[in-house]
Design a protein around this ligand. Structure first.
Ligand code: SF4
Length: 368
């Protein structure tokens, strides 16, 4: 297939769903990791096309959703400093911290700017030598190369008024944490295609080897996702555990080596707290000591910020595939995209927002 509409062709989608149904003999629980894949599953109702004994649960692959509350609170605190220009991707502005969000900080006079690329933040720093420009550097392996390039460029130019508040997360250690959890129900994973475009399939081999769990790297269109499900079900039914690549048009075994090089030059692997999940060993990135002068955490003394999630938000269980958004008692009532209580309701990639936008809440509240 060559064209996008072919990957959305309902005849191919239905044929794949029929093949999956034919080869499924018992219940399987599969998890898609990436928020983009969650979005596609909800948008096209792919889970409804699958046989009843295949359950799709949604993983922690929305970068906004897993950014710790503490990071959001720190970004808000930094934005309120008179000398600071806080630059962020647009999605982060509405993410609720413990008391406020960056939109409200902006309304209160903070200089908060939206960027589509981290190099825009470098440009803002260049144009505003009297200000300290802080870029909120978040995301998975997908955004790490561009964010690393921003720090690399700032260092190359010796820009002294640019820094980054870093909260980067890595997918394979999160899958490992899910697999070692006593409550894990997941028997097969659709790995995130965009992440693997950068890091390649190779980073997932240890998971298949150590946990004997099938993993298929999948794309983001309906045909991609059902094909990945089909590949997983065939492995599970045959008692196999292999790493396979459905998204061959984008992902190679080695990944993007120049991108990996710049990430390795700027960042190093570190322990990381995930919102809703907690700390996961060696699951994040932090700036290397050579880039300490660009580390907002070191430059600004904000003290220790620790906060708790809102008690009624069950995002921890949603992000680990233990519950569905519709299991949350406040879903679609006290928690909506307009008034999100937790991060999975904020981002378009969040599982709660995807369920809400594609009217899964209507089914719940009508009792169907
Ligand atoms: S619906 Fe809202 S409160 Fe419930 S888990 Fe999702 S984000 Fe949290």
């Amino acid at each position: 297939m060559k064209y996008l509409d072919e990957y959305r062709d309902h005849r191919i989608v239905r044929a794949l769903a029929a093949e999956i149904a034919q080869c499924t003999t018992r219940p399987w629980v599969l998890m898609e990791i990436c928020g983009g894949q969650t979005h596609t599953i909800m948008r096209y109702g792919l889970d409804d096309l699958l046989p009843r004994n295949i359950e799709i649960v949604h993983g922690p692959g929305c970068p906004v959703c897993v950014t710790p509350l503490e990071t959001v609170d720190k970004a808000i605190a930094l934005s309120m400093l008179p000398e600071v220009i806080l630059v962020s991707y647009g999605d982060m502005l509405r993410v609720p911290g413990s008391h406020s969000d960056l939109f409200r900080a902006k309304a209160q006079g903070a200089d908060v700017r939206v960027a589509y690329s981290p190099m825009e933040a470098v440009k803002i720093a260049r144009a505003n030598p009297d200000h300290k420009v802080v870029f909120l550097s978040i995301g998975f392996e997908t955004t790490a190369p561009a964010n690393a390039m921003a720090a690399w460029q700032a260092r190359r130019e010796d820009l002294t008024n640019f820094s980054m508040l870093v909260s980067h997360v890595l997918v394979p250690p999160a899958i490992r944490a899910l697999m070692v959890s006593r409550s894990n129900r997941v028997q097969g994973f659709i790995a995130p295609g965009h992440v693997c475009t950068v890091v390649g399939c190779k980073d997932y081999e240890f998971l298949v080897r150590d946990f004997r769990v099938p993993i298929v790297v999948g794309g983001f269109e309906p045909v991609d996702i059902l094909e990945a499900v089909f590949m997983l079900v065939k492995q599970l039914e045959a008692g196999e555990a292999k790493l396979e690549n459905q998204y061959v048009r984008s992902v190679s075994y080695q990944g993007n080596l120049p991108a990996q090089k710049v990430v390795a030059e700027v960042f190093e692997v570190a322990d990381q707290k995930w919102r809703g999940i907690g700390p996961i060993p060696q699951s994040g990135l932090r700036l290397r000591k050579e880039y300490a002068d660009y580390d907002a955490d070191r430059i600004f003394d904000l003290g220790e910020i620790t906060v708790d999630e809102p008690a009624e938000c069950i995002s921890a269980q949603v992000l680990q595939g233990l519950k569905k958004p519709t299991d949350c008692p406040v879903f679609g009532m006290r928690c909506t995209p307009e008034n999100p209580l937790g991060a999975p309701m904020v981002s378009t990639e969040g599982a709660c927002a995807a369920y809400y936008h594609y009217r899964r809440h209507a089914l719940v509240h009508s009792g169907d």
